[in-house]
Design a binder for this molecule. Structure first.
Ligand code: NDP
Length: 336
């Protein structure tokens, strides 16, 4: 017997910063699962910066969201009806049908999680794509080497907080930048960063030079723009940049002005490499072993900001994520 549930649809393509009017809360029929499918009651959903790009009607590495259709993204939920072998009712699963209270999907796209390893939220953050992005970006894309001094931007965010801690736990000197004094204090006092600064306190190039007077070897870039320019200026010879994200430009209506110092990459023999986490799933076993054990031992922290209040809060949570109200992974609790 089918039931209804609520979902968030894209009502309009945002121009610049998204507004609540770009989203619509709709009650829809939830179909019964067919053979091979499961019905999932979503408990938590992720809001992620990449979703801003999918709201534009432009070609990218993932197709744009469709107008007047439900948005999508990572979620964790409980299977409440199953017509698939091997997935029983009550199982907790991670899947990509977030932004809705109930999801019907093929069981092969529902990945079972084990609550005894970590709380469900961790599978959307530190043990999910977020953590893998940090791990693969540092180790494989930036090619972290012994003795490297590492700079991470967006360091109090989901990916950045894990990237900085991984570098630290592997014995590196780590510098982070973030957008508030509270976030800077978290980096220094709880996450073990050697130095951290608030990028609102002056020019990023000056702040970075003060934090790393002898320069840096690796830059894990979550931000782009002025941060990237500053990092190019501070990188030493044979320095490496992992281009993970460019959040400073996601809401921009004009292309960013910089970095203006790309010529320095020549003399310094820099390597700059973009990457997408989808291409690094082969790293998952190593990642789960290494990051999972740090997490169990309490050596790696997984800050998260969980917005309560149900699915109606999801659009504002997404808007706030882009404004930086989150510390660590930003999630919305849909149901408990
Ligand atoms: P975060 O948890 O880091 O949230 C976004 C953060 O961005 C905010 O908290 C805010 O923190 C910061 N921010 C917003 N505007 C600016 C600005 N103008 N300048 C500097 N910082 C800003 O999100 P994620 O960890 O999920 O994502 C971080 C980055 O990684 C994003 O660029 C994202 O697109 C990218 N990413 C890339 C992946 C890949 O496969 N390449 C996979 C996952 C994420 P603050 O208060 O510090 O400003």
């Amino acid at each position: 017997m089918s039931q209804t549930g609520r979902e968030i649809q894209l009502a309009a393509r945002p121009h610049g910063e998204p507004t609540p009017d770009d989203f619509r809360l709709v009650e829809v029929e939830v179909p019964d699962p067919q053979d091979g499918q499961v019905l999932v009651r979503n408990l938590l959903m992720s809001v992620d910066p990449y979703m801003r790009g999918r709201m534009n009607d432009v070609p990218s590495y993932v197709p744009p969201f469709k107008l007047d259709k439900a948005l999508a993204g990572a979620a964790v939920g409980e299977v409440i009806a199953s017509r698939a072998d091997g997935v029983e009712e009550g199982a907790l699963v991670v899947h990509d049908r977030g932004w809705r209270e109930y999801a019907v999907l093929d069981a092969r796209y529902a990945h079972r999680i084990d609550r005894s390893i970590a709380p469900p939220s961790a599978f959307l953050g530190v043990l999910g794509s977020t953590g893998l992005t940090a791990y693969a970006g540092l180790l494989d894309v930036a090619g972290l080497r012994e003795g490297d001094v590492v700079f991470v931007s967006g360091a109090a965010g989901a990916v950045g907080s894990v990237a900085g801690q991984i570098a630290k736990l592997r014995g590196h000197t780590v510098i982070g930048s973030a957008g508030s004094p509270e976030k800077v204090a978290l980096l220094r006092d709880q996450l073990g960063f050697d130095a951290a600064f608030d990028y609102h306190d002056g020019r990023v190039s000056k702040l970075l030079r003060a934090a790393a007077p002898d320069g840096i070897d690796v830059y894990f870039d979550n931000v782009g723009g002025e941060h990237l320019e500053a990092a190019i200026g501070s990188l030493r010879r044979y320095g490496r940049i992992a281009l993970c994200g460019a959040i400073s430009s996601y809401n921009a209506t004009e292309p960013p002005a910089g970095p203006r110092n790309m010529h320095m990459a020549i003399g310094k023999r820099l390597t700059m490499r973009g990457f997408i986490v989808f291409d690094h799933h082969d790293r998952r076993p190593d990642f789960e072993r290494e990051v999972g054990s740090w997490l169990r031992e309490g050596r790696l922290h997984a800050p998260e900001t969980i917005v309560e209040g149900g699915i109606e809060q999801a659009p504002q949570a997404f808007i706030d994520l882009l404004r930086g109200t989150n510390t660590g992974k930003m999630l919305v609790r849909l149901q408990s």
